[in-house]
Design a protein around this ligand. Sequence first.
Ligand code: UD1
Length: 341
Amino acid sequence: MKKTILVTGGTGYIGSHTVIALQEQGYNVIIVDNLSNSEEEVIYNIEKITHILPVFEKIDLVDEQACEALFNNYAIDAVIHFAAYKYVNESVNEPLRYYKNNFHSILNVLTEMQKHQIKNLVFSSSCTVYGTPDSLPVTENSPIKKAMSPYGNTKQVIEEVLEDCCKANNNLFVTSLRYFNPIGAHPSLKIGEVAKGIPPNLLPYLTQTVIGKREYLSVFGNDYDTPDGTCIRDYIHVSDLADAHVCAIQRMIEKNTISNYEVFNVGTGIGYSVLDIVHTFEKVNNLKVNYQIKGRREGDIAKIWADTRKANELLKWKAKYSLEDMLKTSWEWEKVMANKK
Ligand code: UD1
């Protein structure tokens, strides 16, 4: 029988790509989202790709009663929890809003999962939990460093909460996926990242610069201890990241896990600098990026990339898309959005 997966934050950037990957693997999907950073239109775009309209509930999971009603209404086999605020800078300025939203929603979800004896949960964590790593690449055993932002702290604390819940309940299975830097858009170009306001992240800012919405891209610092002086990150295509969630769900449903609480890095294992991104983008899209070297951005670390062997071996997952594919789809998606307006 088809398993039903509740995807919280399922109209968001990573959530929507994961819904597609789940549907393509034969899962029933229920999306819950409060649309605080996405549009309902996404569910119809998902339908255009998979020919299946996902069930959609516009609910804020911070609302305990609404969350309770949701779990009473559906028979759910597993949950993938994306719904959270995600901007580092915003979290520094509005820590309470971040703590309230990100903590309350996961606590409400866990409470309902326990009530309804739902065993499987995938949580969106982040490589931000490693802070400034002592050595590279980072493995899942690399030390967790003091969080550099309230956003990062929510990821660290929620990971601890999940581990505690798994210790207390042998029937609960949780997988935390520590994402590196997701970029790109679905190859169909029907869904992608919709950045509201001025995007803080590199790729949407870069593509908005090239399309003429921004004057120039600031490259934050060229005096880091890296070959070209700019920061290095592990960029991963969002569809590859989405597939990792399906692998994690399959592993839990098939009861292949080694322990109740598991953590995986989800990246490509390759680090690229900001200037690598700019120049590869220029090359694959045959365009010029107007950029200026500026001072360092507060809170940025010099370099991080993932050791992905654990995910490769145990989740039987590997990133497939190249950097060129990521940067092509990012640009194609920016053009699609520009044509809509
Ligand atoms: C951060 C978080 C990550 C979070 C993500 C999404 C950390 C270590 N990482 O990633 O957990 O999921 O935000 O909000 O906290 N850059 C520029 N110019 C720009 C924008 C960025 O040069 O206009 C540079 C940055 O200095 C950085 C790289 O591009 O070196 C990537 O930045 P960004 O896309 O913001 O992601 P992270 O900060 O790595």
